[in-house]
Design a protein around this ligand. Structure first.
Ligand SMILES: [Zn+2]
Length: 437
């Protein structure tokens, strides 16, 4: 790449930028062509021909793709409470580095995000970044599973999703009321589907591998039973439910049949459940410990097929930073979760794209579907629209080095993996980041 771009290695104002020579792809408006884009004070202009607006920073993006900004629907920022693992600022930097212009963050901080003031506080911390932070608020006060939060106050603050993620909403009565009430407000419940009694004490998939390794298992039905409960509650109330991080074949089947019946059930899948299986746990490397756990090959295949056919609507990371001290404990005591923001795009381009999945479908799963589910505006690469863009170098070959992550935490199972395709930068909210790797 050539051109005057190095000052955009940190987010700078997208005051006057000419993005030159990239393949610009926005399937929603049937756009796929090489065209120059001018970003002026954060607003997009499509330039015909080779004219250069006066004073513009010209960025030569031949060989690159520009798509509408990618969105990660499931992220854990650890602020407030565990700033040693991640802050809102470092989470935004990780998101930018990974090519995301928007994220939705979960409320299981300490204290949990369970009122409008805490939601507004989180959003305020993300000012000055080309990343929108959409807060998913807690379903119950303190995430204690008892009393519903003040949903109308929180929806008024712009929130469209509620979750007690980290765990399920244990009481079916509370879940039912949460779905009914959020539905009235045009919002949606995001359920971490897990029957805590069935999962009790488990720290990997219940399988031949858990038996061999002598590790307590979490059966697939611990997830699928809660998915079935959510489907029934959605059907009974007419309300919308989103199933987080689906990992099991039985869950996929429940979701598929719910969709066939026209229910308002949506779901998401994470890269690790599409690429890894429980056999990886045999090294006792805690970077293979997450919840829901890595499953067997049958489950992995079922998730992949459901991801392809749209039964699983969204590709997201469940980015779960943990400090080195926490994550290097023994397998059975280490916390669940891995970081994902800085590897998701590379994994998708390397392992999904043109291996059964088209770019149009992939963009649906990471650009359009997450925003539809959160009832957010869909970015469009059209004249006069706000510039909300992800710039991708599809040919760049690189190796994942967790030490170079912008995230404060490095707990990934993908360290050392070779990738083809990397985020060159993001533009959003009037700011641009363009990396000089
Ligand atoms: Zn979860």
């Amino acid at each position: 790449m050539t051109g005057n771009y190095s000052r955009f290695d940190v987010p700078a104002r997208a005051a006057n930028l000419l993005l030159k020579g990239a393949r610009v792809i926005d399937p929603a408006i049937k756009l796929d062509q090489i065209v120059n884009l001018h970003v002026k004070d954060g607003v997009l202009h499509v330039i015909s021909g080779e004219s250069v607006p006066s004073g513009a920073d010209v960025i030569d993006l031949r060989g690159h793709w520009i798509t509408p900004g990618w969105f990660d629907l499931h992220v854990h920022l650890r602020e407030p409470g565990k700033e040693v693992a991640e802050t809102i600022a470092t989470g935004c930097m990780a998101a930018m580095n990974g090519g995301f212009t928007g994220i939705a963050c979960m409320p299981n901080t300490q204290p949990p995000l369970d009122d409008a003031a805490s939601v507004n506080w989180v959003r305020d911390q993300a000012r000055g970044f080309p990343v929108e932070v959409n807060v998913i608020a807690a379903v119950t006060r303190g995430r204690e599973g008892k009393e519903l939060v003040d949903m109308s106050e929180i929806v008024e603050a712009g929130v469209r999703a509620f979750s007690d993620d980290g765990g399920p909403v244990k009481s079916s009565a509370v879940l039912r009321h949460a779905v009914e009430y959020s539905n009235m407000l045009g919002a949606r419940i995001f359920e971490h589907a897990e029957d805590k009694y069935l999962a009790d004490g488990g720290c990997m998939n219940e399988s031949e591998w858990s038996t061999r390794l002598g590790v307590a298992g979490i059966p697939t039905i611990a997830e699928a039973i809660d998915v079935a409960r959510c489907v029934l509650i959605s059907e009974y109330t007419g309300g919308a439910i989103h199933i987080c991080h689906v990992s099991a074949r039985e869950s996929v089947e429940q979701i598929r049949s719910a969709k066939e019946r026209g229910l308002k059930v949506t779901a998401e899948v994470c890269p690790h459940h599409l690429l890894l299986t429980d056999e990886m746990c045999k090294t006792f490397d805690t970077n293979y410990k997450m919840n829901p756990p890595l499953r067997g090959e049958e489950d992995r295949k079922a998730c992949w097929e459901a991801f392809l056919d749209g039964t699983l609507d969204v590709y997201c990371t469940d980015h779960a930073p943990h400090s080195w001290e926490d994550k290097t404990q023994e397998f059975d005591v280490a916390p669940f979760g891995i970081v994902g923001l800085e590897t998701a795009l590379g994994l998708a381009l390397t392992h999904f794209l043109n291996k059964g999945m088209t770019l149009e479908t992939l963009l649906d799963r990471v650009v359009y579907a997450p925003r539809r589910i959160l009832a957010q505006d869909i970015p469009s690469i059209a004249e006069g629209k706000p510039a909300n863009l992800t710039i991708v170098d599809p040919e760049h070959v690189w190796k994942v080095d967790p030490e170079t992550f912008k995230s404060l935490s490095h707990n990934t199972p993908f360290g050392g993996w070779e990738m083809k395709g990397r985020a060159r930068g993001v533009i959003n909210r009037g700011y641009a980041l363009i990396q000089t790797f």
